[in-house]
Ligand binder design. Sequence first.
Ligand code: HPA
Length: 267
Amino acid sequence: MKQAEARLVEALNGIAADTALVLGSGLGGLVDEVESPVRVPYGDLPGFPQSGVTGHAGEVVAGYLAGAPVVMLSGRAHYYEHGNAAAMRPALDVLAGIGIKKLILTNAAGSLEPEMGPGSVMLIEDHINFSGTNPLFGEPSDKRFVGLTEAYDPGMRAALLKAALDTGTDLHKGVYMWFSGPSFETPAEIRMARVMGATAVGMSTVPEVILARFLGLRAAACSVITNLAAGMSGSELSHQETKEMAPLGGKRLAAILKEYFRAGGNV
Ligand code: HPA
């Protein structure tokens, strides 16, 4: 067993989680809702990303959300930080190693649909990898040819949609297009993305979903919409705006996720 796996198993002390949640912008507050939490800083877990966008090191928070055992990853590495699309591979590998079977990813995204404005939440049904890279570059085994036909698990998607319905929360559905960042897109790129079939654009999640499928984890993902995409609102995009708007949709998504776990998730 790897050192990080052993450290996590020890910290979990019997918390039998089969689902891990990666907290993106706007979802950070969810760690405060974990009952009987145990916290392990990424610094104690070799291979976990050592600094995130905000410069703060992340942590694993495990415990119970709405009564169900869960492992949360607060803080993720992005491709644009170091140009490494596989930056999350060691962490996801450790999760798989300690018995996690399902991964729910959350992120902030720009919307291509005028009626899906800031504060909306979108269930990702499929993605377009527009980055030109792949987290499995260099992987030598034939396992690298991973199928992505049902990358976003149908059962988990259905359970998330039901949780949205049961909490009276609007949950849009759409296709997430991965741009490398860190610069935002141009209006021309957004027009292209729309023609290609995208519903939202963002700078994360896709490499993690590819890695999850590679590792045999079932995956689901939701976006909190922080802005209309470039050229749609008449104003310049900024990271500041993204950070300010993320908690709006974040609260909605937190309600959906809590209901998902309360109802037993998807088995
Ligand atoms: N583009 C890319 N990533 C984003 C955006 C966007 O408009 N908003 C939040 N993350």
